[in-house]
Design a protein around this ligand. Sequence first.
Ligand SMILES: Cc1ncc(COP(=O)(O)O)c(C=O)c1O
Length: 385
Amino acid sequence: MHFDSKLPDVGTTIFTVMSRRALEEGAVNLGQGFPDYPIDERLSQALIEVVAEGRNQYAPMEGVIELREQIAQKLHTSYARRFDPQTEITVTCGGTEALYDSIQAVVRSGDEVVIFDPAYDAYEPAVRLAGGRCVRIPLTPPAFRFDWDRVRNALSERTRLIIINSPQNPSCSIADAGDLDALAALIRDRPISLLADEVYEHVLYDGRRHASVLAHPELRARSFAVFSFGKTLHATGWRVGYCVAPPAMTAELRKVHQFNTFSIVSPLQHAVARYLANVPEAWSGLATFFQAKRDRLAGLLRGSGFEPVPAAGTYFQLVDYGALCGGGDTEFCERLVREAKVATIPLSPFYADPPPMMLLRVCIAKRDETLDAAAARLCEFAKRV
Ligand SMILES: Cc1ncc(COP(=O)(O)O)c(C=O)c1O
């Protein structure tokens, strides 16, 4: 039987492809975004304890209450507002599930969803599976700023959702308070919800502060805000994230969540809750930690031909290779993994219609030795070409 794909143009993601190529080539992998250093010993210990205590059966659909209470406390510390763990906070399988559930809860057949290119790859397939269509608005290098006039012109009767991601993967740019005000003014009188992907909420550099939709009274009343302990606790494989939204929106999100994953791994939720109870503000050093890594790699690469682009946040760094080669980024990444033995991610797959640019994304959530080894290989390659 011929199987008619619902997503015929969706292939294996560039992250999986480059991680596979890194293994094949014995390359240093700065491609996919995950740490190569251990998690906090106290977090591992908490998991061992809760398993031994027997926290091994189904968790409640909305998340274990101990964790939702810790999340409410964390949100209060970060955004000076109390959210109700019973009606406004849902634990999900990473940020990814929260994104998917929010989109399914809002988007109907024929609806339009505004996203910004370069866009994280999970948004568009979820919109299409819901029967909607993405309207993609480019953020143009080198500054990757929002063009709110362009957004206004892109809105239609069918626009149902806008997805913003700040700090933004892969551009490493941020939406500031002025951007959120501009966005609020645009959607004030329209039936448009907002999906705010804030998984890098704690990774902003050079003293910048995160402008969360949760701290914006007008926006939070119509937003799903998505977060990830994978990013915040350096544990991407745990797949524990959460979504914060007003009660009516949370109720709709949970309708999707309960028939999607139903509930998230019970001992992992208990372990994160226990860890946060013992290490309050575990995330407070994240910006300093990653800024040191950003500066270390940038210092090693500057002047080599791989020019670091100023990064405001996320645990990524863009690198401009225009001085070395004029070719396409996907081909150049393949050449780098083969010849320099360093895996990186090209930027063009994040665009529907890529502008002229010669940029690669590297992940800096790596041990210093890994960053040093990658930089040495890149510099050596640059000398050769
Ligand atoms: C912008 C962005 N949103 C969401 C996610 C997904 O988060 P999680 O790993 O918790 O599912 C990622 C992961 O890389 C991301 O970069």
